[in-house]
Write a new protein. Structure first.
Length: 254
């Protein structure tokens, strides 16, 4: 690695999305000396049937903070609202300003096609922000706006939930990372999100929070003959970088 730490941003829609989809990879990057920032678009304000949005948001922000603390990562929320993330100009400016402030070299985000709109629109907003953040005349209209980035970051998409598109068809990853050595930490981070487990149990009758994470991680790992894995695709459209910096960082020696 270079003398200055590589800066990695993981940004997804809701608290616990990052833990499910890429926490094992983030843990390896942290071990390699990268600076990690974890960002959620929303605070999970619709994730309760027992308490109001303000109370559950406070709970879930704290759960996200505790999970990020296990990784020794920075953590923040952009304060969009559940089921209300829109691809419009105010949203584009807000996400672009976040990237300019965090200044990542590598960005991990939601996949373009997933089971719900919040994930898909997050993907569009982050992809758009990676492009716009390096354009000096793109005005985010923020107080004390950060300067433009010097380059477009390397952009990667995590797996869609269960690795499927809207029709249940498999979405093939470009590459899979062996996270066997960091899977225990991934599970610890996910376990911080107790309120989300309670919500899924009540709303969807699902009480396999940690088990489902283990099952899917095992499935991806088996594809590369590893115990556990996390899958990614790289955005390589014009003019995004084409070299795979994520794999280069993971392969680096301390």
């Amino acid at each position: 690695m270079t003398e200055a730490s590589t800066r990695v941003l993981a940004i997804h829609a809701h608290p616990d999305d990052i833990e499910f989809q890429c926490a094992g990879t983030l843990a390896i990057l942290k071990q390699k000396g990268c600076h990690i920032t974890v960002v959620t678009m929303t605070p999970g304000d619709c994730g309760s049937a027992q308490v109001g949005s303000a109370e559950i948001s406070a709970t879930r922000r704290e759960e996200s903070r505790r999970a990020a603390e296990l990784l020794d990562a920075d953590c923040e929320c952009l304060e969009f609202r559940d089921l209300s993330i829109c691809f419009d100009n105010p949203s584009r400016r807000r996400v672009c300003e976040a990237l300019r402030r965090i200044r990542p070299d590598i960005v991990l985000t939601a996949p373009p096609v997933d089971y719900m709109a919040d994930h898909e629109i997050t993907s569009r907003l982050v992809r758009d922000a990676c492009f716009n953040a390096s354009i000096p005349n793109y005005d985010t209209r923020s107080v004390n706006a950060a300067p433009a980035l010097g380059h477009i970051p390397h952009l990667y998409y995590v797996d869609p939930v269960e690795g499927s598109d809207w029709f249940g068809n498999s979405v093939e990853p470009e590459f899979i990372i062996d996270i066997s050595e960091t899977f225990a930490l991934k599970q610890q981070m996910l376990a911080c999100h107790a309120s989300q487990r309670d919500w899924l149990l009540r709303q969807h009758g699902i009480d396999e929070y940690l088990n489902s994470n283990e099952r899917w991680s095992r499935q991806r790992g088996a594809e590369i003959k590893a115990e556990f894995g996390e899958a990614f695709r790289q955005h390589k459209g014009h003019p995004y970088p084409h070299d795979n910096r994520l794999l280069s960082e993971l392969a680096s020696t301390d």
